[in-house]
Design a protein around this ligand. Structure first.
Ligand code: NAD
Length: 492
């Protein structure tokens, strides 16, 4: 990828975002400015959909579902359209990545892979899945026939966060569309632009009008209206636990729609003294927390290190961390991009202040960086001596702040790893095969990495345990959220 092309794309003005309803781009009840985290300046505006706009989008999705323009298309037809969409995402990959980075601040080297790259792969994966999944015949008595059909659920409401809008958006939109549902998507206020561009590409690929609608705007207005809509059958969400709780309340207040929640994490990354390569583990521990400025749901934000190697490991980790290039996320050499918003940055700094007050010791960072740019940057921060009762141990920062805690043996490592309300991800570094498997069995989280951290692909589920959520994104298991089972019981 060449820097000149990125710079050229980054210099282009960004048109004001509109809503996509029934295949038309329309104004909303209001509009919201979009500030770029790169320099704090206004990039453009997006439409702020009011309750009436959301109602029209949901009614459009409902009509499209009922008249069968997509829901009753042959799977091979939907597959062809979704493959065309994947082709278009690949064709416009750099443009999509640059637009997204200007909006949300992820470093471009990561965004290129994690955003359009991953989104195109996700659309292909589910496009390929849909004409390979069969119904079932039950093992009944010979005088009856029990058929189990899988049907689309109807209208899917999808609300997504700002850290990886295209990747996470695709994890919801692709399986929902593949199985014949209609979708109303609500992107995050601070990361709507690349998803609006994706929606334009979906129309170009041949997704019929009304099947995929996008409503942008504030969570408490636009998101709330979507989650309360009685036209929505299933709500899929990625974001914070606080919003997840609200969605369950909206469901109870409206039509008891099913809610699938992919929430936060405080994931333990456990390093044993017998790790195959402690230097590699130290470098990986840095990227596990600091890429995308720590704004990664599965970030390894609690580092647990065996006491016998703790000091040497932290020294190596600090060296690797100090070498990480913090800066303009549109530069290919940048390894730690911008924090998404000023409020997020202030929250991160608040965590550091609390950690120091509670007895933690700052080894690197702890401060705002590059303030003269007007953008929102933070030095990667390592805090040692963090105890399970400290706020930094218990709460998700969602920023570049790592809590480090020593342990004395495997039993204590497991106890510390599980001492959390969250259960999203974990890492274990050991050359002892039996220990690795014992830790995989013992840790209560949706994914446990062994001798690596992150990078799992679309073939495996991402699913939270405990307060990290329910249901799965990615893999064939995700299809369960978007389909209902129906039994035909036939007397022969
Ligand atoms: P957030 O909950 O503040 O916002 C997420 C989305 O919900 C946004 O689109 C927002 O507009 C909307 N929203 C906010 N209030 C709402 C309301 N009352 N009703 C309806 N919608 C509302 O979360 P965020 O700050 O954008 O994202 C960060 C969080 O997402 C972190 O906790 C992170 O761990 C989590 N996350 C989880 C995963 C996963 O797969 N488990 C992946 C990425 C991020």
């Amino acid at each position: 990828m060449d820097q000149a092309m990125i710079d050229r794309l980054a210099a282009a003005p960004v048109a004001a975002g509109k809503l996509l309803i029934e295949g038309e781009w329309v104004e909303g009840a209001g509009e919201t400015p979009v500030l770029s985290p790169i320099d704090g300046r206004q990039l453009t505006t997006i439409a702020a959909a009011g309750p009436d706009d959301v109602a029209r989008a949901c009614a459009s999705a409902r009509d499209a579902f009922e008249d069968g323009r997509w829901s009753r298309m042959a799977p091979s037809g939907r597959k062809a359209v979704l493959h065309r969409l994947a082709d278009l995402i690949e064709k416009h990959a750099t443009e999509l990545a640059v637009l997204g980075v200007r909006d949300n601040g992820t470093e471009i080297s990561m965004a290129l892979k994690a955003e359009p790259g991953s989104a195109a792969g996700t659309f292909r994966y589910y496009a390929e899945a849909i004409d390979k999944i069969y119904g079932e015949i039950a093992p009944t008595a010979p005088n009856v026939l029990g058929l189990i059909h899988r049907e689309p659920v109807g209208v899917v409401g999808a609300i997504v966060p700002w850290n990886f809008p295209l990747m996470i958006g695709a994890w919801k939109i692709a399986p929902a569309l593949a199985t014949g549902n209609s979708v109303v998507l609500k992107p995050a206020e601070t990361a709507s632009l690349s998803l609006l561009r994706l929606a334009a590409l979906a129309l170009e690929a041949g997704v019929p009008p009304g099947v995929f609608n996008v409503v942008t705007g504030p969570g408490r207005v636009t998101g709330e209206a979507l989650a309360l809509s009685t036209d929505v059958d299933v709500m899929v969400f990625t974001g914070s636990g606080a919003t997840g709780r609200r969605l369950l309340q909206y469901s109870a207040q409206s039509n008891l729609k099913r809610c699938y929640l992919e929430l936060g994490g405080k994931s333990p990354n456990v390093v044993f003294a017998d790790a195959p390569d402690l230097s590699a583990a130290a470098k990986a521990a840095a990227t596990a927390i600091f890429r995308n400025a720590g704004q990664v749901c599965v970030a390894g934000s609690r580092l647990l290190v065996e006491a016998s190697v703790h000091d040497a490991f932290v020294a190596e980790l600090a060296t690797a961390t100090r070498k990480m290039a913090v800066g303009n996320p549109l530069k290919l050499e940048t390894q730690v991009g911008a924090v998404n918003s000023l409020s997020q940055l202030e929250g991160n700094l608040g965590f550091v202040a609390d950690a120091t007050r509670e007895g933690g010791e700052i080894v690197t960072g702890g401060t705002r960086a590059l303030e003269a740019t007007g953008g929102y940057y933070m030095d990667p921060t390592i805090v040692t001596g963090v105890k399970p009762e400290h706020r930094l141990y218990r709460e998700e920062v969602f920023g570049p702040v790592l809590a480090v805690t020593p342990f004395k043996d495997e039993a204590e490592a497991l106890r510390l790893a599980n001492a959390s309300d969250f259960g999203l991800a974990a890492g274990v570094w050991t050359a002892n095969l039996s220990r690795a498997h014992r830790m995989v069995r013992g840790i209560r989280s949706g994914v446990v990495h062994v001798n690596t951290y992150g990078g799992s692909d679309v073939t495996v589920p991402l699913s939270g345990m405990k307060q990290s959520g329910n249901g799965a994104d990615k893999s064939l298991h995700a299809l369960e959220k978007y389909t209902d089972l129906k039994t035909a019981w036939i007397q022969l």
